[in-house]
Write a protein that binds this ligand. Structure first.
Ligand SMILES: Nc1ncnc2c1ncn2[C@@H]1O[C@H](COP(=O)(O)OP(=O)(O)OP(=O)(O)O)[C@@H](O)[C@H]1O
Length: 290
């Protein structure tokens, strides 16, 4: 399902003395099956936008198109329940929302609430605990007896149990150790590839945005100011600085190397592996010349 925002503005507490405009005429489209990263400095409007992806917030002005459903300022939208099944949101620290006595019940809760049979919901839970990297015996445990990292995985399994077409990830690795962070990011990338899951990652990590996303949407002061592939976006460090963003460490390192050897590499490298390959190519060319 495609998501399209047209001239979307949003104000918190509209019409009160506390009114706070958080989005201004935001326009972009997220085609099905793509992996998008939304990046921007603190307060740029990322969390406000993501709540429009399943109509938790409705625009103050403008139109949000969620597949065949239209959410429009001042109009009543039909059948948002179906949209909420199709778009799963993994909020920051999703483990805070766990509440059932057992992991099994917690993962089954969402699908059963949407009319899935207990047998089917249990089958999904058994498959998903494995997929998120937990042993099957956690199913009978209380979620509150698990470690923070394990609780995070249970909460993610609960969102996946709804079998969404789109998954929205709000800083999904916040607070995890580096190994846990990598495992979770790799798991979502595998899901994106193997199940064609449209993935929207809201992140402060330029490294994750560079490594995983097909396209980046840059937010600044409530507006979408820039969009493009990671290579396009991270090529222009000066523009990024205007939006108070820095490119990934590896791109900054490449710049340092280029200054040292007084040569530009053929492309912006987004990972250490890419930079190593480019440097090896340079060495081969130099050997061939001499
Ligand atoms: N519930 C709220 N009531 C009033 N203003 C809010 C509320 N939530 C967010 N804001 C304001 O809206 C603006 C956008 O906030 P938002 O949380 O969407 O930004 P963000 O890019 O997600 O920030 P962060 O990276 O810190 O999570 C900010 O100025 C923020 O202070």
């Amino acid at each position: 399902m495609d998501i399209k925002l047209q001239q979307v503005s949003y104000a918190y507490s509209q019409g009160t003395p506390f009114e706070k405009r958080a989005l201004f005429d935001v326009n972009f489209e997220i085609p099905s099956h793509t992996y998008q990263a939304i990046i921007g400095h603190t307060g740029s409007g990322k969390s406000t936008i993501l709540q429009h992806f399943n109509a938790l917030l409705k625009p103050t002005t403008g139109i949000v198109q969620l597949g065949d459903r239209t959410v429009e300022a001042g109009k009543k939208a039909k059948d948002l329940k179906a949209v909420r099944q199709r778009v799963g949101i993994v909020f920051q620290f999703p483990e805070h929302q766990l509440f059932e006595e057992t992991v099994l019940k917690d993962i089954m809760f969402g699908p059963m609430n949407f009319g899935v049979s207990a047998t089917e919901a249990e089958a999904r839970a058994r498959e998903l605990v494995r997929l998120v990297g937990l042993p099957e015996n956690v199913l009978e445990k209380s979620p509150f007896d698990l470690s923070g990292g394990q609780m995070r995985r249970v909460a993610i399994a609960g969102v996946l149990a709804m079998e969404p077409e789109v998954i929205v990830l709000d800083e999904p690795t916040a607070g995890l150790d580096p190994r846990g962070q990598k495992e979770i990011m790799e798991m979502f990338y595998t899901l994106h590839q193997e199940r064609n899951l449209t993935t929207i990652l809201v992140t402060h990590s330029m490294e994750d945005a560079a490594r995983y996303a097909d396209n980046l949407i840059i937010m600044h002061e409530g507006k979408n100011v820039l969009s493009g592939t990671p290579r396009e976006i991270f090529k222009d460090i000066e523009t990024l600085k205007q939006f108070r963003l820095e490119p990934p460490r590896i791109v900054r390192f490449q710049q340092k190397v280029e200054k040292m050897i007084n040569t530009s590499l053929a492309k912006v490298c987004l990972t250490e592996e890419e930079l190593a390959i480019e440097m090896a190519r340079l060495l081969r060319e130099e050997r061939a010349e001499s």
